[in-house]
Design a protein. Structure first.
Lengths: 352, 352
């Protein structure tokens, strides 16, 4: 604590990202990274990029990437916003839309960055409990609010809402912005991008970090009504004009051009998730239905913190949250088939 | 304007970065880019990076880059902060230190992003006039303030303050943070990093965009007392945990390792600046003494907006600001010797 900090800074409790261990040979199933590398076309595009050009500023608007995303998602370019990972996109969206008189709403068990943004931008919030099945209960969201945000599928539960459930909310909730954070949508959900033309207050965010295997490049985006996008651009251009570097844009554009690789790798992850779910159930675990690249699971007879520690001893890293209601769960990222087989083998040793 | 925007967003007037034209064959002397490509060692490092690793998140703390900067500038690693360009570093610093009861102070003619940050973060500010010679007059800065920021050398004037002048300010101004924005320091100034161990309220920011030819990679940094750095980390980790992508870190670390290339290219730019200054004076221009990679110049008989337009017709882009006191100046980036010779040739045609 320093006397030079603003009062705001003194009151911050920053988000703690999942551990990025510096030791080698760890089976890393803790931060929902894709176990498969980026498409060979991405690597080709980076290698082929003329690095002499790095002396120049990138296009502040990243128009090439916006156009590629617009074509891919069948919207207009002015309905697309891009940023330095979806975390930055979300931060800017909180400023652009959620600084309101009424509190914003999000689930009690959800992406733990949301309350952190609220503290940073001095936004009131109300957390609404998941139901007993750990589902988001949108029907219980009051219409009077400063905004609504939730991940779909939700993290860390993996549970998915249908487009019908989203549509129901949007039909009632017309006076504030609704952000659907689709970081994991490509692993089993239907994107709400299909709804943006009907609902001018709907903003959908996605990322290249998970299904596109580009966590190391930091690219996220939002799609919505052009007026929402214009609001985001205003805030972005008051914060940092050039958040996306040239190589990140190059990588992201190339990733969108390899649909076959995208389909192959996400299907492998979905197949591995199904296999892991069955194996965990075999071991007596309860596994929440997941539409993401992770599963959220608990064992009726084994303490989660203890399982976490014992897996770590065996060089397998999963995610454990010591929060209320979920402190008996582990979140396990879907790795390669070999990695999750090693996990099941280790759990057999620990439990069996 | 949309009813969904926050009141804050409605009131924003975003920073307008220099034009990034999409036409080819323009002589681009408008955004202070380095005319020389990044070091061959940077290009080698990017090419040699294992792109399969892009599937993973980068180190959220960018420790490798922080250590390289600490070694280079002879400070401890916990005195170094890194961000997505110095624009992001500055934005986070405004939040961390400048949200205060008293207004912050900066020159009336200066980096035009400062008032934009103030609007975004709702910070009061007072702009203090440059003197008649377009120098920052730190002696006139009142001791009661919420913070002080200025570029050194200043932009767009290019004028430099000495370390003695900075020391004088810092001896008086002990109760708020002083940020010295050294985007252009490598082209002729002495860095205030030499003073950070004496003044716990001094933060020095620099960038890889200019002297390191890496504008396309988006890397900036700050050096100061470890408590200031800790404040910045708190805000950064409440905004975006991973702002620096893997390839940007790789490029920046490699750039620091090629001192010879750095010296050669910056000396070429300094030599070209001296040559251009003499040529402009020959043509009747007044040229402010510059310690940056640009000159700020006016002609007693030729309107700056007109000169700007006529240069653009000849495919030469310089920067023109229509602001009070400086609307008769042009800011001209130092290009390659061939580029500035073409500029002088064109000015000869226009004026001669």
């Amino acid at each position: 604590m320093s006397k030079y900090w603003s009062e705001l800074t003194k009151g911050l409790v920053p988000y703690v990202p999942g551990e990025q261990p510096k030791v080698q040979n760890l089976i890393k199933l803790n931060t929902n990274e894709n176990p498969y590398p980026p498409s060979p076309k991405v690597i080709e595009a980076i290698d082929g990029f003329d690095k002499q050009r790095l002396r120049l500023y990138p296009d502040p608007n990243s128009d090439v990437l916006k156009q590629a995303l617009a074509d891919y998602h069948e919207v207009n370019k002015n309905q697309v916003f891009v940023g330095n990972g979806s975390d930055e996109v979300l931060a800017l969206a909180f400023m652009a839309f959620f600084k309101q008189a009424e509190p914003i709403l999000f689930p009690d068990i959800s992406y733990s960055f949301y309350p952190v943004y609220c503290n940073l931008f001095e936004i009131d919030y109300q957390q609404l409990p998941l139901n007993e099945a750990f589902e988001i209960d949108l029907a219980g969201y009051p219409a009077e609010n400063g905004g609504v945000i939730f991940p779909n599928p939700n993290a860390p539960t993996g549970r998915l809402l249908s487009l019908d459930q989203l549509r129901n909310l949007l039909q009632r909730n017309t006076e504030s912005v609704v952000i659907v954070d689709e970081a994991y949508i490509d692993f089993g959900g239907e994107s709400a991008i299909a709804l943006v033309d009907q609902f001018p207050n709907l903003l959908v965010t996605q990322t290249f970090s998970k299904s596109r295997s580009l966590a190391g490049s930091r690219v996220g985006f939002a799609i919505g009504h052009e007026e929402l996008i214009e609001g985001l651009e205003r805030v972005k251009n008051s914060f940092n004009s050039y958040p996306l570097d040239m190589l990140a844009v190059t990588a992201a554009v190339a990733a969108l051009q390899d649909e076959e690789y995208f389909e192959t790798t996400r299907n492998k992850i979905i197949d591995s998730r199904d296999w892991l779910t069955a194996e965990l159930q075999q071991l007596g675990f309860e596994v929440l239905p997941s539409a993401a690249n992770f599963v959220f699971t608990r064992h009726p007879e084994h303490d989660a913190a203890e399982l976490f520690a014992k897996l770590r001893e065996r060089a397998i890293l999963v995610r454990y949250f010591s929060a209320t209601r979920i402190d008996q769960f582990l979140r396990i990222t879907i790795g390669t088939q070999a990695e999750i087989e090693a996990l099941v083998f280790a759990l057999n040793e620990i439990i069996g």
